[in-house]
Design a protein around this ligand. Structure first.
Ligand code: BYC
Length: 321
């Protein structure tokens, strides 16, 4: 701790901790200038970095269809969406930087597989219906998870989430509208949508993370107001939201145990295959290697841009000094 200044004594760690606890208890925001416990800072960097990596890696599955979109309109929509994901990644890396993280270092950690990204992006996009289903289910799950994060206790993260959620809501609607159009089309198009729903439903449920009794970070994260709901609460909310939407769309969700519980008014659903989730997290999903290899190539092939921009900024700073 630094020495007290002449005019103002530096509060001791106990007083700082009390001030932090009072801010959390009053549901006010912690800002970058505020003192925070080291565990809070590290936990936030972990979650925000993982979130940022998910947005950036998440550009790949849909980006694969940019050159094969079925019309100019669909291409323009998809291009805008994929660009939005890049923007979300950048807001999030900026939020992590307010905690003292360095974004180049975070990218290196992703590429070295020392940090995670969302399990969902390790599945392939086999048909154009997958673009629609990612919008409907994956962005739908993301909205469910991220709307409460707009009230997260860390100011820069919460504010980034407000903007991200507005854009995610457009993403979800474009996905649903694409699927609606396909469902009004031919039998082959309807079959394509159903096949896509069959492949993405269970991985979408896994996006919410492990069950509550196997979620090591939840309790502390909730106590600090970073997370506002548990993984299982949000997963249930997503199921309740998606079932009526599937009915309107005319697709069947691939779960024979899905049924409305008349007592709770919520949908019961079948058991999730957590061994698959663990395999994907361990790097053994269908596309883990491909996703990381592409991210590595993007970093290495574009290093000259960073070097040129840095040299330019240094030169500019030297001239204006
Ligand atoms: N995938 O203790 P837990 C998007 C990890 S992108 C991979 O419950 P926590 C989009 C977890 O990190 C939006 N890993 O953790 C983009 C932890 O490992 P570490 C992505 C997962 O943090 C492009 C361990 O499992 N959204 O919308 O309390 C196109 C134990 O978990 C996953 C976010 O990133 C998973 N699914 O809760 C389209 C949301 N689940 O870190 C769309 C922000 C868990 O201890 N993040 N793990 O090594 C969160 O809300 C929380 O971090 C989670 C997990 C709910 C995901």
């Amino acid at each position: 701790m630094s020495a007290p200044t002449l005019d103002r004594p530096v509060p001791d760690e106990t007083a700082l901790q009390q001030q932090f606890d009072a801010t959390i208890a009053a549901d006010h925001r912690i800002e970058p200038r505020d003192w925070m416990p080291e565990g809070y800072r590290k936990g936030l960097i972990r979650q925000i970095a993982q979130h940022a990596h998910s947005e950036i890696i998440g550009m790949q599955p849909e980006g694969d269809w940019l050159l094969a979109a079925p019309s100019l309109r669909r291409k323009a929509i998809l291009l805008a969406k994929v660009q939005d994901e890049a923007g979300h990644g950048l807001y999030l890396y900026s939020a992590a930087e307010t905690l003292g993280a360095d974004r180049a270092d975070l990218t290196d950690k992703l590429i070295e597989r020392k940090q995670k990204y969302s399990s969902i992006f390790n599945y392939p996009t086999l048909t154009y219906a997958d673009v629609g289903v990612i919008g409907w289910l994956v962005d739908g799950a993301a909205i469910c998870n991220q709307v409460p994060l707009c009230r997260s206790s860390y100011g820069p993260y919460a504010r980034a989430m407000i903007r991200v959620c507005k854009e995610e809501s457009f993403h979800q609607r474009q996905g649903y509208e694409l699927l609606m159009t396909m469902m009004r089309g031919t039998d082959a198009q309807r079959a394509m949508v159903q096949d896509s729903v069959d492949r993405w439903w269970w991985p979408s449920l896994m996006m919410f993370g492990p069950p509550d009794d196997d979620s090591p970070n939840s309790a502390q994260s909730m106590a600090w107001g970073v997370k506002r709901h548990t993984n299982d609460e949000l997963r249930q909310r997503f199921v309740d939201m998606s079932v009526p939407q599937a009915e309107v769309l005319g697709v069947t969700l691939p779960d024979p145990e899905l049924a409305l519980d008349p007592e709770t008014g919520r949908y019961r659903f079948g058991a999730i295959d957590w061994s698959e989730f663990k395999q994907v997290l361990a790097g053994n999903g269908p596309c883990n290697d491909e996703r990381i290899a592409r991210r590595r190539a993007a970093r290495d092939d574009n290093a000259w841009v960073t070097e040129a921009a840095t040299a330019y900024a240094d030169k500019h700073a030297a001239v204006s000094a």
